[in-house]
Design a protein around this ligand. Sequence first.
Ligand code: NAP
Length: 308
Amino acid sequence: MKETDLLIIGAGPAGCSAAVYAARAGVKTMIAGGAMPGGQLLQTNEIENYAGFVNPVSGFELMDTMHKQCKRLGVQITTDVITKLEGTQPPFTLTAAGGETYRAKAVLIAAGASARWLGVRGEEALKGHGVSACATCDGFFFKGKEVVVVGGGNTAFEDALFLTQFCPKVTLIHRREGFRADAVTVEKAKQTPNLSMLLNCVVEEVLGPESVSGVVVRNVQTNRVQTVACSGVFVAVGAVPQTAWLRGSAVELLPSGLVKVDAQQRTNVEGIFAAGDCCEEQFRQAVVAAGSGAKAGISAAAYINLHR
Ligand code: NAP
């Protein structure tokens, strides 16, 4: 069993920022970072809106820098995937997928979020055979092929723009006319010759059989159904909080699955805190996650130092 003052679950910007504050307050801090510590940013190609960087930085570089900063301050980062949290008061016991256990005086949940899927026919069966939620990871396999991207947020637009670099034709399919993506990115997309848009349209089926051959699309205004031929379908319709493992614990979740926190990032259980996308309703941005991580780290350190 590993013993620590503070166990942080998640090594994305929220978890790392929390760890920096806790470690600098003299709290023994460990991070269980999951199989690939770094979270969603590892799948982000270029980040231009994280304060402090003159030029765009890759998600990998940003996370690598944060991990090095944590380690310099004495924070141990493991690849354990925590699957169970037990206890209603300190010390809390946490169990990882491989059976490793931790005992911690305080816990900070920064588990992030993962891709939301469409849930349409063909999608599940063709995952890994043309259906993907990560253009940065899988885009290169579609070099020279026609692809579609589903969604109208920043992720969809950035994925579509990224794919235009090596796909002759990229079609962005979005269920309405307005976008959540920022105006600059939308404008860039509109100016890109090999990127077209199908608006007011939903994907109803992904066609195979062995690998993706197209999508069936319905216009929600006219009900017209058409098949768009493509070899790849990139789903970018938002994220769901990675909190299913907390069901059955004492930590209160909202109906959306987000961890319920107060302004100090405290959960309903004394000694358990949360930060980042696993408790963020609206502003799922790396810099916001880092900010809420800082708040949670300060709160958790104050709690531990008060109860020594
Ligand atoms: P998002 O902003 O929540 O957008 C999700 C998109 O998917 C929306 O356009 C939504 O449509 C659509 N959608 C949701 N469920 C759907 C369904 N079942 N079928 C079809 N379409 C569906 O998610 P995101 O793009 O992943 O972005 C998440 C957060 O990260 C945002 O705050 C975003 O700004 C941020 N982000 C920032 C950057 C950057 O600044 N570099 C890059 C990526 C992401 P409706 O609009 O109709 O609801």
